[in-house]
Design a protein around this ligand. Sequence first.
Ligand code: CDP
Ligand code: CDP
Length: 226
Amino acid sequence: DNDRMIIAIDGPAGAGKSSVARKVAEQLGYVYIDTGSMYRAVTLMAQRARVTVEQTAKLADLVKSLEIELEPGEQGQSVFVNGEDVTALIRTREVTLQVSHIAANETVREVLGIMQRKLAERKGVVMDGRDIGSHVLPQAELKIFLTASVKERALRRYREIVDSQSITLAQLETEIAERDRLDEQRDISPLICAPDAIVLDSTAMTIDEVIHAIVKLSRTKLAEAK
Ligand code: CDP
Ligand code: CDP
């Protein structure tokens, strides 16, 4: 089916992946899949079960026991684990601080990678994450590596926080830089730009400009395939 493709959008935290991927999917009539939410869901469940990253066997059992479902919702996507809506619970700072450690586990990546490939089987998907174009779906017709300076990404996250008393901009910058480091340096499918990905630096771009650029690239790809 030449009319539906797979679009992979990878990049560091705060680059604009989810905001952009959701809208691109909407414009193309595709399904949006946020793979970061899956790593966050596993992290939440590990915290609840008091399973640490060091307990690799327990973590493997845990991830295999989870049924993760993604459903399109008003705020982009709702996430369910074993039937429970965890959409809001996976966005806490507690989860954010631990997710990159959990995401470095081999079995966690293997299990979630299988789920992600299944979700992309029917094509017509925009999937965002860290390793989608490089590892999970190397056959993706369009790969975008979306990035922005750490300062700009921290600022974007800062603006999202209503109660910014609880954390400073400098703190956010440090946490984002640390997550970048962990994601880039892990052994298994780290955050890297696939050789055939198109790099978009969104530091000085609005969300609409990025959406427009990606939709345009996808139309060019589709025309080429015909
Ligand atoms: O939304 P934000 O950019 O803060 O991060 P996310 O997309 O929700 O991803 C959270 C974390 O999950 C990342 O920092 C990575 O450690 C991990 N992740 C990953 O390892 N591989 C993916 N394909 C997606 C996320
Ligand atoms: O998914 P990812 O972590 O890559 O980023 P996001 O959650 O989509 O974007 C982080 C924040 O930056 C959101 O509040 C966006 O509205 C904002 N943003 C922006 O101000 N300008 C852009 N070009 C992209 C995102």
